[in-house]
Design a binder for this molecule. Structure first.
Ligand SMILES: NC(=O)c1ccc[n+]([C@@H]2O[C@H](COP(=O)([O-])OP(=O)(O)OC[C@H]3O[C@@H](n4cnc5c(N)ncnc54)[C@H](O)[C@@H]3O)[C@@H](O)[C@H]2O)c1
Length: 263
């Protein structure tokens, strides 16, 4: 890896204490960025930052719940104050509440919107004045391949993840002239704790692995490190002419048109 690709850039990743967010923080730092690792769980955020530092990278951590708009605004301002810029924002936090119309209530839909859509909206809004003032920036919003197809029994997740993609495209259109690129990341099944509740519902790891084998043309989970390669591409100048794009990284699952369960 080249530590010059993102040398001098200041990045912030939400939900970077685990899974894909942690690998996003790692790959951005491995390529030269200073990474502010944030997560609702302070200890996990610190663990990620320490792993980056142990590997020779530049990083710090901060507890940050994306649902707390004031905290998000404050952390972004602090990063700019202490580091001089906010060049890259990876909005990764999200939740999955399963169920079709009869199984979920308006509260479940509101909560899904609050984290998956409104919190990303608020983070984009908090980043915008800094990016504009510094002459540009890059925002990556994590959606899901569940944002590009339909999926039985996943009403709140599908609705909110497709909203993330539409919001991403609209912000990209509105701010392209400010030098701000905004793209969406659409992973498929990735082997992280995120799928724990669904694994429990299925009755265990073997059942989950069978679902993934059956649904994914490539026959396996993605690894967080494989998703991180797409993060690096979309957050660096390697994608300098790409904005408003939803990049699906799912081992071909969406080619088969979706499934009756979700990632
Ligand atoms: N793993 C997958 O299969 C998969 C597939 C598609 C999309 N995604 C998306 O990726 C994101 C997370 O997935 P992951 O696999 O990295 O999960 P993960 O379970 O490994 O990590 C989730 C992290 O999010 C943090 N978090 C939860 N709520 C938060 C909040 N309100 N504010 C800040 N941090 C919070 C947790 O503390 C945890 O560290 C979600 O947006 C999800 O929709 C995951």
């Amino acid at each position: 890896m080249s530590d010059t690709l993102l040398g001098g850039k200041i990045a912030l990743v939400t939900a970077a204490g685990s899974g894909i967010g942690r690998e996003s923080a790692r790959i951005l730092a491995a390529n030269g960025a200073f990474v502010m690792v944030t997560d609702r769980d302070a200890a996990m955020a610190q663990e990620t930052a320490e792993a980056i530092q142990a590997a020779g990278g530049l990083s710090a951590s901060s507890a940050m719940d994306v649902a707390d708009e004031a905290a998000v605004t404050e952390v972004f301002a602090r990063v700019v104050r202490e580091r001089g810029a906010l060049n890259i924002l990876h909005n990764h936090a999200g939740i999955q509440i399963g169920g079709a119309l009869e199984q979920i209530d308006a509260g479940d839909m509101r909560k899904s919107y609050e984290i998956n859509v409104v919190a990303q909206f608020a983070a984009c809004k908090a980043a915008l004045p800094h990016m504009r003032a510094q002459g540009g920036g890059v925002i990556l919003n994590t959606a899901s391949n569940a944002g590009v197809f339909l999926d039985k029994g996943m009403l709140a997740y599908i609705t909110t993840k497709s909203a993330v993609i539409t919001m991403t495209k609209q912000i990209a259109l509105d701010y392209a002239r400010d030098g701000i690129r905004v793209n969406a990341l659409c992973p498929g099944w990735v082997d992280t704790p995120f799928n724990g509740p669904y694994e429990a519902q299925l009755g265990g790891r073997a059942a989950l692995e069978k679902v993934v084998r059956d649904l994914v043309p490539m026959g396996r989970f993605g690894r967080p490190e494989e998703i991180a390669e797409a993060v690096l591409f979309l957050c660096s100048d390697r994608s300098s002419f790409i904005t408003g794009h939803a990049l699906v990284v799912d081992g071909g699952e969406c080619l088969a048109g979706g499934s009756n369960s979700s990632s």
